[in-house]
Design a protein around this ligand. Structure first.
Ligand code: ZN
Length: 475
């Protein structure tokens, strides 16, 4: 207890620098794999705090790792800093007001995510130094969480191979241990090639690639009735074959995003979607080829680590929000529907309390909400290293993910308080592991048991390269 409190004091001692880091990254929103300035900010902070820095982890220009300490177990704390397109918004303003510029914004709170994780790693480094204990702490600055699956490429490259425990978090409405439920997914581009011709004078000579994509989509939409209810399939046209209706479209490209509860189910669905693509090519006498763009695994939980993290949360209590924070959060709640707010309570599994704008509790470990239907590349890390994640309370209850309201709240005092709070939770959990080898052993045994019947087979095959240009189309 005494030492765990020391770690909280160490986190508090450095909070101004890290709140400022978060605000700077908020002010330079960069999309997946183009986070040059944000990564440079994190790299500079790692150097300033005395970490040994490795740049371009796994050959990714915007991935960075800093290590401190000697010998002992290796604890990794994972951060992110990528932003999203279409979510630019003035800070602190409770009405839609995009800033001038390309329209990017931190609508998922990754400015806070990276800074809190780096603060936690710094506090652990300072704790190791103060106590003269063996052990290493690493901060991994991971780019492109939004669809780029960077952590999957980092896992494939062996970036975590000597890591004993991984800890991370995500901004949320409530302070809790993250329930390890997410969907495995993959993005696959299907390209069809046909033959151009005059659509009126010689239609019989043309073979339409656009027809092929349309038939593929119809086929997949019919398949929906016959797939697991928690699987998800979405698609977007990348190339509709041109703008002239009187030219039979010789090329067309569609991006499929396929999600399933686990890797086994995902592989089955991919196989079926591929058959439908082949069928569409057969029907239209076109040719189809495909390219896997990215993919992530579902998350695996870790019971011993989740218990350790919960114990830190229970001792720490909810974030220290005040009446002013609650009043500001209420302004944002006024822009939401009753349904948005109810959904937030349902997701966390607590009965709704009207008039509560910010989290004022620590959610007990046994409380289970509606399962998360999104995906995260932390999933791949969780298959190779025992991993635990927190939910840090940084915004008004009911705020939808990927919304202008979320961007707007990213620099408020409540966001800073939630960020420092969750940094303490992560740092405390790391210290528990460093002080107790039995906890690390139990966490490893838990992971071994979860993967015994079903060993890790990544979605990313060795020939898939990180999609460094993926944000060009988004921009
Ligand atoms: Zn996110």
């Amino acid at each position: 207890m005494q030492n765990t409190e020391e770690i909280w004091r160490l986190a508090d001692a450095k909070k101004p620098e890290f709140e400022a880091l978060s605000d700077r990254v908020w002010g330079m929103p960069e999309l997946a794999y183009t986070e040059t300035r944000s990564c440079a900010e994190h790299t500079a902070m790692l150097r300033e705090q005395g970490f040994r820095v490795t740049e371009k982890v796994a050959g990714i220009p915007t991935a960075v790792m800093g290590e401190a300490g000697e010998g002992g177990p290796v604890i990794a704390i994972l951060g992110e800093y990528d932003a999203l397109p279409g979510l630019s918004q003035e800070a602190g303003v409770a009405e839609p007001r995009p800033l001038p510029g390309p329209g990017f914004g931190h609508g998922c709170g990754h400015n806070l995510l990276g800074s809190a994780s780096l603060l936690a790693a710094t506090a652990v480094k300072d704790w190791l130094a103060a106590n003269g204990l063996p052990g290493r702490v690493r901060y991994y600055g991971c780019p492109a969480e939004e669809g780029g699956a960077a952590k999957g490429f980092m896992v494939r490259d062996g970036a975590f191979k000597d890591v004993d425990i991984a800890i991370s978090w995500h901004p949320a409405a409530f302070a809790a241990v993250q329930e390890a439920v997410s969907l495995a997914n993959t993005r696959i581009d299907f390209s069809f090639v046909g033959r151009a011709s005059h659509a009126a004078a010689a239609p019989h000579l043309g073979r339409s690639a656009l027809d092929a994509v349309e038939l593929m989509n119809v086929g997949v939409n019919y398949m929906r009735e016959h797939m697991p209810s928690d699987a998800r399939i979405h698609y977007a046209y990348l190339d509709a074959g041109g703008v002239a209706p009187n030219v039979v479209q010789p090329t067309a490209k569609v991006r499929y995003l396929i999600r399933a509860r686990d890797l086994v189910e995902l592989r089955r669905l991919i196989e079926r979607v591929r058959k439908i693509a082949d069928g569409a090519a057969l029907m239209t006498e076109t040719k189809v080829s495909s390219k896997v763009v990215s993919g992530v695994s579902n998350l695996l939980g870790n019971t011993p680590l989740e218990r350790a993290m919960q114990s830190n949360l229970d001792r720490l209590g909810p974030p220290p929000f005040d009446d002013l924070d609650r009043a500001r959060a209420a302004e944002f709640q006024a822009t939401l529907t009753e349904e948005d707010i109810a959904a937030s309570w349902r997701r966390i599994g607590l009965p709704m309390r009207k008039g509560v704008s910010l989290c004022d509790v620590v959610v007990p470990l046994e409380v289970r909400g509606a399962p998360m239907m999104g995906s995260t590349d932390v999933g791949d890390v969780s298959w190779v290293v025992p991993t635990v994640q927190a939910r840090g309370s940084t915004y008004a209850i009911g705020t939808p993910g990927h919304s202008w309201q979320l961007t707007a709240q990213g620099k408020l005092p409540a966001a800073h308080k939630g960020m420092v709070h969750v940094a303490k939770v992560m740092a405390g959990t790391a210290i528990d592991c460093l002080r107790d080898p039995a906890l690390i052993e139990a966490a490893k045994a838990d992971l071994a048991a979860r993967t015994a019947a079903n060993p890790y087979e990544p979605v990313l095959s060795p020939d898939v390269q990180p999609p460094f240009d993926m944000s060009v189309t988004a921009a």
